[in-house]
Ligand binder design. Structure first.
Ligand SMILES: NC(=O)c1ccc[n+]([C@@H]2O[C@H](COP(=O)([O-])OP(=O)(O)OC[C@H]3O[C@@H](n4cnc5c(N)ncnc54)[C@H](O)[C@@H]3O)[C@@H](O)[C@H]2O)c1
Length: 284
């Protein structure tokens, strides 16, 4: 995409972190932004802040775990502005850093339902709600789906598995768009460590998806990992750095967007080499 002024961007998870920074970045380009998030109060604050700068923004409270809610978000966006040009399927959760070291046979299955429900099904619902109408309108457009470096690295936990799904889905839709000679393109966003509120994601965990993680009841090495990971995340890149990478990728039609620390990228290289050379997975 080359023209942004007066075009329409929809951002999920827009009330905080990467989504909020991206919504602001799109508004900087003169785009109209549709902000979607499950958290009403910060969502209203994000909307007010963008409007206060003189940009056009509407907020639609949305739980991306619900297909119906995501379809309503699409109805609201197309209803308000007639078309949508950028969809940033970005809302995501991680049930504390500790779950990144959870073992698949331990812990509540509800962690899997919740994490896959938001991180993977939420993205799929976004693709299904917006792409057909964008294709029908025939204007240029771009879908950006937020995965993670966790989508390129492995671990038998719901977060990594959900993000692998997003990488796979997004590569697939990119190929479909090219096969159809569509005017829409796609990118997958795989951030490294970014200083946001992601490790406080259980603030949005509905009771129906199990109790919040009690880190103090986990194996000592998991507790230790969680503390180290939290500190690394706080020292991570700011969300504005990611927003800039996302904007540049849309403008330049770049598929893989990797705002990630060099040591994380090195771990990806090791894994890819394991696969190509058919070595057994390199241990952590
Ligand atoms: N922070 C990182 O280091 C990092 C790294 C890689 C990937 N990511 C991914 O980036 C994305 C954005 O996360 P962030 O780091 O900005 O965290 P964040 O917690 O600051 O923002 C996430 C937003 O998503 C919203 N959200 C949560 N569940 C929702 C739901 N069911 N429906 C709608 N909105 C919901 C939250 O309310 C919040 O506003 C996520 O997909 C996350 O997995 C983050």
């Amino acid at each position: 995409m080359k023209d942004f002024t007066d075009r329409v961007a929809v951002v999920t998870g827009a009330a905080s972190g990467i989504g909020l920074a991206a919504a602001n970045r799109f508004a900087d380009e003169g785009m109209k932004v549709v902000l979607a998030d499950i958290e009403s109060e910060p969502l209203a604050m994000a909307e007010a802040a963008i409007r206060a700068r003189g940009s056009t923004a509407i907020a639609v409270r949305t739980n991306v775990m619900s297909e119906e809610a995501v379809n309503k978000l699409a109805d609201a966006a197309f209803g308000a502005f007639g078309n949508v040009h950028i969809v940033f399927n970005n809302a995501g959760v991680a049930a504390t850093a500790a779950t990144l070291r959870a073992r698949a046979w331990e812990g509540p299955l509800a962690d899997w339902d919740w994490t896959l429900g938001v991180n993977f099904m939420g993205v799929l619902y976004g693709v299904r709600a917006f792409v057909p109408r964008m294709l029908e309108n025939g204007e240029e457009g771009h879908i950006v789906n937020t995965a993670s470096m966790a989508g390129l690295l492995t671990g038998a936990n719901p977060y990594n598995v959900s993000k692998h799904g997003v990488v796979c889905l997004t590569e697939g839709i990119y190929k479909d768009f090219r096969e159809m000679s569509a005017k829409i393109s796609a990118s997958v966003l795989c951030p490294g460590l970014i200083n946001t509120s992601i490790l406080d994601a259980e603030r949005n965990r509905d009771e129906g998806f199990g109790a919040k993680t009690k880190v103090q009841e986990l194996r000592p090495e998991v507790q230790q990992f969680a503390a180290g990971f939290e500190a690394a995340l706080k020292a991570g890149y700011p969300p504005e750095y990611v927003a800039e990478a996302v904007f540049n990728a849309i403008r330049d039609d770049q598929f893989y967007v990797f705002p990630a620390q060099p040591n994380v990228l090195e771990s990806v290289r090791v894994r890819m080499t394991d696969i190509i050379e058919q070595r057994n997975p390199t241990a952590r």
